[in-house]
Design a binder for this molecule. Structure first.
Ligand code: NAD
Length: 510
């Protein structure tokens, strides 16, 4: 709806945002920057549409979501083309991490929403509520605002809208100003699948549009940088609007001496360079035990050096795509320069590639340490700094030496030891002999510790956050007056004292 209804406004007031193809440098189109008043109007429309969407129930909503699942698979090529054009990523990065995710997510939430949000009958041991019906229910919050980043316009922007819709909310999505086109296409798709008008709308615009959305909605689901996440939470505090925050990361990979080095090296190359390294759960730094360090570095460097980079012209054409967001190129280069200035060596890559388009060469850095930004700040690009460590304890200490705590991985053939180490890593998700694929298991909660986020997506909590819990207590059979009611008497007060002792004052204590 935004593409049709808002485009003329952009031309009129001249506040349109040009959307560029980062792999070619060409402008694809212009989208409007919505003002605070325009956001207010969208929210009013959403509020009017939401009660009927809630009232039709899970089954009817599920029907729309299942149609959308089919729409995504039927229109996969068109969606991939849109994602690739506005992000500059490869066909495969759009296919595996976006189309497959969205298709699975529509089906998952259609099926699981009625279970996760079913009324929960409760029992209580407290004598005051004996015989009464106790129920916890989940009511939609109303209008959910979703603010997304540019690295996965379908998965990370639109993906969070699906459970919010399944729960019976109306949703307004503010996509990144860098990559708004996929969201507009999804709005078109949902309309074609029978989603009622006003239930899902796209508010294109920049940070100010996002801030305006926070003021108006009942829940804000934000995915983006930690820096912006702080601003979002501050803003939401003004209206006491609850927030979910999925923020930045600096994921460590710990390679122990007994690891399957070939698998670890393949994984290091892939999970640091896929999507051009622009994945919140990218492997951003590696710690390798000394005995296998040289071998691991040689393997990884060979694999990274062999990667084909460029504009994707279809399946299998390139391995690593463009840098989507222009300022990111400077951040990546600054981290590499800082490392080199402090004594690091570049084994492959190490500079921006020649244009057209924005590319940074897949880069392996060694002789790195924690004085360098490449080991401590989120790089969000195709770089892999590898550090030698004396033992697993040193690796763990360095892995935890970070303000971030999104995800991590441990590599060892001794999976018991690996799991024990994983439990000591300060991160919301830790894989042993794997990385990133946990994200595809929608049953598993996904969320950051420390400054990597607040709350989780996926699993039961990933939809319950879009609801308000309501407790129901229903008294069916009861006398005219319960003993604890007025007037107070010595006798009843004494009995309650005895009852408290009887219930809670006996039993063994150490
Ligand atoms: P960003 O924080 O710059 O922007 C994210 C969104 O916030 C954009 O839509 C932007 O317009 C909006 N925004 C900016 N200022 C705002 C304000 N004051 N109020 C409201 N909204 C505002 O992030 P980005 O550069 O688009 O994305 C990259 C970051 O996202 C990385 O740090 C990455 O790790 C993170 N990320 C995290 C996850 C996760 O699941 N944890 C997933 C993907 C990306």
């Amino acid at each position: 709806m935004a593409s049709v209804e808002q485009a003329p406004a952009a031309e009129q007031n001249g506040t349109g945002i040009p959307v560029e193809n980062p792999a070619t440098g060409q402008t694809i189109t212009t989208v409007p920057t919505l003002s605070a008043d325009e956001v207010k109007a969208l929210v009013a429309r959403a509020r009017a549409a939401q009660p009927a969407w809630d009232a039709i129930g899970f089954e009817e909503r599920g029907r729309v979501l299942r149609r959308a699942q089919k729409w995504v698979t039927d229109n996969a090529d068109r969606i991939i083309e849109t994602i690739v054009s506005e992000t500059g990523k490869t066909y495969e990065d759009a296919q595996l991490a976006e189309i497959m995710y969205a298709a699975a997510a529509f089906g998952f939430w259609a099926k699981e929403a009625p279970k996760f949000l079913a009324d929960e009958p409760m029992k209580s041991a407290n004598p005051l509520v004996k015989g009464k019906r106790l129920v916890v229910r989940y009511a939609p919050v109303g209008v959910v605002g979703v603010i997304g980043p540019w690295n996965f316009p379908l998965t990370n922007s639109f993906g969070d809208c699906i459970p919010a819709l399944a729960a019976g909310n109306a949703v307004i999505l503010k996509p990144s100003e860098v990559t708004p086109l996929t969201s507009l296409l999804m709005a078109e798709g949902l309309r074609a699948c029978g989603l009622p008008d006003g239930v899902f709308q796209v508010a294109t615009g920049d940070g100010a549009t996002g801030a305006a959305l926070i003021d108006e909605v009942d829940f804000i689901m934000f995915t983006g940088s930690t820096k912006t996440g702080r601003k979002v939470m501050e803003r939401a505090a003004r209206t006491l609007t609850p927030v979910g925050l999925e923020l930045g990361g600096k994921d460590p990979m710990i390679v122990l001496a007994d690891a399957d080095l070939e698998r670890a090296a393949n994984a290091a190359a892939y999970y640091s360079m896929n999507n051009g390294g622009q994945v919140c759960i990218s492997i951003e730094r590696v710690y390798v035990e000394a005995p296998v360090y040289d071998q691991f570095v040689a393997k990884v460097t060979d694999k990274v050096r062999a990667l084909r980079q460029g504009r994707s012209s279809g399946p299998g054409s390139v391995d690593v795509g463009a840098v989507t967001f222009p300022p990111q190129l400077d951040i990546i280069d600054a981290h590499v320069r800082d490392a080199v200035d402090k004594g690091a060596r570049v084994l492959t890559g190490g500079r921006a590639a020649a244009g057209p388009g924005m590319f940074y060469e897949p880069t392996v850095l060694v002789d790195v340490d924690h004085t360098m930004s490449c080991m401590t700040e989120e790089t969000f690009g195709p770089t892999l700094p590898i550090m030698k460590v004396g033992d697993a304890e040193e690796a763990l200490r360095l892995a935890n030496d970070s303000p971030y705590g999104l995800q991590a991985s441990v590599w060892t053939k001794d999976t018991r030891r690996g799991e024990a180490l994983a439990r000591r890593v300060e991160a919301g998700a830790v894989c042993v002999n794997d990385a990133q694929v946990n994200y595809t298991a929608l049953e598993l909660p996904m969320g950051g510790w420390k400054t990597s986020g607040l709350g989780t997506r996926h699993g039961a909590a990933g939809i319950r956050k879009y609801t308000k819990q309501q407790t129901l207590l229903v008294t069916r059979l009861a006398g005219k007056r319960d003993p604890h009611m007025f007037p107070y008497s010595r006798r009843v007060t004494g009995l309650i004292g005895k009852l408290t002792k009887l219930l809670y004052g006996r039993g063994k204590r150490d």
